[in-house]
Each structure stands twice: as structure tokens, then as C-alpha cells.
Design a protein around this ligand. Structure first.
Ligand code: AMP
Ligand code: ZN
Length: 496
């Protein structure tokens, strides 16, 4: 069991303090991390995927260091209204209405799409993936506590958080750095506006109008939870009232995360999260990739090449490499040139990894200080998960592999092995890239071996004159599209 974390100090940029801070988990060796997941009313675009890849890289590095990580990433399947407002139609209910299907069919469809898309990018599953609709009771309980503490009020079957009251004893705006007077949203439904004591207040629970189909019973009548309360309920349920890391895209800082802090502080009295991490946006044509403005591209369109932006297809690992070449807190712009450059970089890295596996050392002493290089790789990741610096270091190793191939440097056998191992660990385990040249061939090789095994069993059956078994093997393989061909030289097969 790895306890590498004992030898590494991670400094991460905490959006709350606006400083890099040393990561000191609440319990040594354990990290609790919550990341806001998708609202499953449509396919995820590449921008959404960037955020999930960023936190996947962070999760992977923590695991690599030997931390036991409980990674909670939710699915928002209720309560998220159009334009992220407190008025309007539920995003999922609206889609269900337009497609004439059940809201839960919408949820199922796009949850599956989300999982399949992230799998293409080799994003690991979280430890828990809770849904908002599965935690209505927990949300109601927290709202009741907030009401009891006097930080919320009931108005016509809805419950609103009293921001001004909260701000008297707490600091509403400390995460986003906004002042209360700047927080009046510009587009507001009239009804919610009138119901609220102050425009800055936000909904904890909304009364369901008769036409609203996603509804639950509550102490305040039939309704549905506000958008922010689900994350407070699910993060604290699985990670406790105070946990280590909370992440999400930069665009969630306000109002979503600001409201999460207020809700948690109002009901438990203490700050819920020690380190707030925000992943920056993917842009296209210099503008945020977004569903609502139609400025977006879907992963499957990039993999197939069927889109109006790029002249050809790019593979998932090339796209992931492109993402990892930028620091997760930097804005990143997607373009054909950038993807082509990433493809070249990815291919060079893979070629080097293949080459070094076959190379042997050529000296008793090394010209390259391998130990210092490994330290630099870790130092890059320990410095707020600096993947661009890590990748630059990986290319230092690529240079060494090329020099070794040409006989222009000396490396010991042990150093070649260490170089190969470290290169693979950071590339595959930490950055989460796949060796795409292997995916098909290794599957094919495995399948071939299994078929050979069955051919052998069939030959044995024939030797025993057990023709029913031998015919069964042949016929069942044929049903799977695998045809056996007998000749005097033995049996071969073809796959249709
Ligand atoms: P949503 O389903 O809209 O709640 O978004 C899911 C996640 O994707 C959130 O963490 C957003 O912050 C993130 N996100 C949305 N647009 C982008 C973008 N253009 N670049 C990076 N992350 C994004
Ligand atoms: Zn959230």
C-alpha cells in the first residue's frame, strides 16, 4: 500500500483565501472531495468534460500518492431551473415536455450519455454519485434547520434564504468577492421577485404550481428543492459537516457555491469546506463554451470528425492531452491548430514510451540525473497540480530516450527502467492518457487467444470422437460471427 503522500506536500490554490495553501487533510491519509456534477437535461459538451477531466486528474494524483479518497460527484436531476434562476421551468421537465417523455427518461438518457462520454476520456468513476431526487428528505431536513435558526422564511409555500440577515453575522460573498449590492440578478421572474424580502435572497424550496410535474410533499406543501440545497445536502451527508475539497467549474462560484457556503454555515454554524477548487473554462472562438449560446462542440463530433469546426477527427486521448497541457485554473481555447499540436505531442510521448520499453542501459554511470528528474515531476504536481510543467518534464525524458537510441548518452539499466516506469506512471496513471495504439490490438490479441483455446478444446473433443461437443463449439462461435475453417494444416478462423 502506497503512503507516498507522507513524502509530498501538495500546495493548492484555494479560491476562498485566493492563495496557494498546503493541503492538510482533516484525517491523515484520507481526503474527502465533492465536485458538482452535470444537470442531466442534455448531452455534455467538451467544456463540461474539461471540468470533469480536471478533477479526474486531481483525484488520480491523490490516489497515486496513496490517499484514500472519497470522491462524491452528484447528478442534478431536479431543481435546476432555466437560466439558473429561481423562476421558470425546470431544465429537465422542459426537455421532457419538448420530447414528450417522462422527466426520468430524460435523466436516464443523459446520465448514460454523461457516463459513456467520460469513459471515452478515461475519467474514473467517483466513489459515490448521488442524485438530487434521491436526497429530497435530506434537503428538507436542512431547510427545516435553516428555518429554525432564523436564516430563512416561508412565503406562499416557498422557502427563501434570508441573505441580508445571514450577512449580518456571516460574510455572504466571501468566495466570489462580490458585494451584496452587486448581487441583484438582472433577469428575474416577477412573482419570485415579489415573494422575496430582498432580491438577493435565493430559493431553498419552491412551491410547485399545478403544471409543475417534478414535485414532492414537504412541510410547506407540494414543491421542489432549490438548485443549491442539493449540493449542501449530499456533500455533508457523505463527507461530514466539514470536509477537505469542494470543486466545480469557475462559473459555479457565484451564486451556486456562495449559496452552498451560506446554507451550510447557517445550519451547522461552521464553514463546510477547507479548500475550494475551481476549474477554468474551455472557450471556443474566444468565448465560453456553453449550451445556451450554442457555442459548443460535442465530444462525439470531435471523435468522428463530423462537425463544422475542425477539418478532421481527433481521438479522445489527443483531446485529453490537449486539456492536460493547460493548467486547470487557466482558460483554454479550443482550435484545430491546438489539437494538431496536441496530437503531435501525444504521439511523440507514446513513441518514446514504446521505445524505452525495448531499450537497455548502455553504461555504468548515467549522464542524466534521474532522481532529480523524478523529483521535478512530483514537484510539478505538488505545485497545484501543474500538468503543463509535468508534461514539459515528461518531454525532458523523451529527449533522453532519443539520445539513448542514438547512443549519444549513457544511462544505466536501472535508470532506463526507472525512466520507463516513471514516464508510464505519470502518463497513464496520473494524466489518465490511454495508449490508443494498444486498445484495439490488445483486445484483438486477447480475443484471438480465447478462440485458439476453443479450437484446442474442439480438437480434443474430435480426438475423443465427441462430435456433439466439437460441433457445438463450431456452431456457437459461428453464431457470434466467428467462422472456423478446417484444412489439412489445422484450423484457422475469421471474424465477420
Ligand atoms: P452544468 O451541467 O451546466 O451544471 O455544468 C456541469 C459542469 O461543467 C459545471 O461544473 C460547469 O462549471 C462546467 N462547465 C460548463 N461550461 C464549461 C466550460 N465552457 N468549460 C469548462 N467547464 C464548464
Ligand atoms: Zn453543486
Amino acid at each position: 500500500m502506497s503512503t507516498l503522500y507522507k513524502h509530498h506536500q501538495i500546495h493548492l490554490f484555494n479560491s476562498l483565501s485566493r492563495k496557494k495553501e498546503l493541503l492538510t487533510p482533516i484525517s491523515e491519509g484520507y481526503v474527502g472531495m465533492y465536485v458538482c456534477g452535470p444537470t442531466v437535461y442534455s448531452k455534455v459538451h467538451l467544456g463540461n468534460c474539461r471540468t470533469f477531466m480536471s478533477f479526474d486528474m486531481i483525484y488520480r494524483y491523490l490516489l497515486h500518492l496513496g490517499y484514500k479518497v472519497r470522491y462524491v460527484r452528484n447528478i442534478t436531476d431536479a431543481g435546476h431551473l432555466e437560466h439558473d434562476e429561481d423562476e421558470g421551468e425546470d431544465k429537465i421537465a422542459k426537455k421532457a415536455r419538448l420530447e414528450r417523455i417522462e422527466p426520468m427518461e430524460v435523466v436516464q438518457k443523459y446520465t448514460v450519455d454523461f457516463h459513456q462520454t467520460l469513459e471515452k476520456f478515461n475519467v474514473l468513476s467517483p466513489s459515490i454519485e448521488p442524485t438530487a431526487t434521491g436526497h429530497i428528505i435530506e434537503q428538507i431536513e436542512i431547510i427545516e434547520k435553516i428555518l429554525k435558526k432564523g436564516y430563512a422564511y416561508i412565503q406562499n409555500g416557498s422557502v427563501y434564504f434570508d441573505v441580508l440577515k445571514f450577512n449580518k453575522e456571516h460574510d455572504y460573498g466571501k468566495l466570489s468577492g462580490r458585494k451584496l449590492e452587486d448581487m441583484i440578478p438582472n433577469t428575474r421572474g416577477l412573482q419570485g421577485h415579489l415573494e422575496k424580502k430582498n432580491p438577493q435572497d435565493f430559493a431553498l424550496w419552491k412551491k410547485a404550481e399545478p403544471q409543475h410535474i417534478m414535485r414532492w410533499t414537504s412541510p410547506w406543501g407540494d414543491g421542489f428543492p432549490g438548485w443549491h440545497i442539493e449540493c449542501t445536502a449530499m456533500s455533508t451527508k457523505y463527507l461530514g459537516p466539514n470536509f477537505d475539497i469542494h470543486g466545480g467549474g469557475m462559473d459555479l462560484k457565484f451564486p451556486h457555491h456562495e449559496c452552498e457556503i451560506a446554507q451550510a454555515e447557517a445550519h451547522s454554524g461552521s464553514s463546510p469546506v477547507n479548500y475550494w477548487l475551481h476549474a477554468n473554462m474551455l472557450t471556443l472562438n474566444g468565448k465560453k463554451m456553453s449550451k445556451s449560446t450554442d457555442n459548443n462542440v460535442y465530444p462525439h463530433e470531435i471523435f468522428s470528425g463530423e462537425n463544422s469546426i475542425f477539418s478532421r477527427a481527433f481521438s479522445p486521448s489527443v483531446v485529453r492531452f490537449f486539456m492536460m497541457q493547460a493548467h486547470y485554473t487557466s482558460i483554454l481555447d479550443l482550435s484545430q491548430d491546438a489539437l494538431e499540436a496536441a496530437e503531435k505531442g501525444y504521439q511523440r510521448l507514446m513513441e518514446s514510451i514504446h521505445a524505452v520499453s525495448a531499450l537497455k542501459g548502455n553504461g555504468n554511470t548515467s549522464n542524466f540525473d534521474l532522481g532529480a528528474w523524478v523529483d521535478r515531476c512530483y514537484a510539478a504536481m505538488n505545485d497545484d497540480f501543474n500538468t503543463p510543467v509535468l508534461i514539459a518534464q515528461l518531454f525532458e525524458a523523451v529527449k533522453q530516450v532519443n539520445l539513448l537510441k542514438e547512443g549519444q548518452t549513457n544511462l544505466t539499466d536501472t535508470d532506463v527502467q526507472l525512466l520507463s516506469q516513471t514516464l508510464k506512471t505519470f502518463t497513464f496513471e496520473v494524466l489518465g492518457l490511454r495508449d490508443e495504439s494498444k486498445i484495439d490490438t490488445s483486445h484483438f490479441e486477447k480475443l484471438s487467444s480465447v478462440i485458439e483455446l476453443l479450437i484446442e478444446q474442439r480438437n480434443k473433443a474430435r480426438e475423443r470422437r465427441d462430435f456433439s461437443t466439437s460441433d457445438q463449439i463450431r456452431d456457437q462461435l459461428l453464431d457470434l460471427g466467428i467462422q472456423l475453417k478446417d484444412s489439412k494444416d489445422g484450423t484457422t478462423f475469421s471474424i465477420s
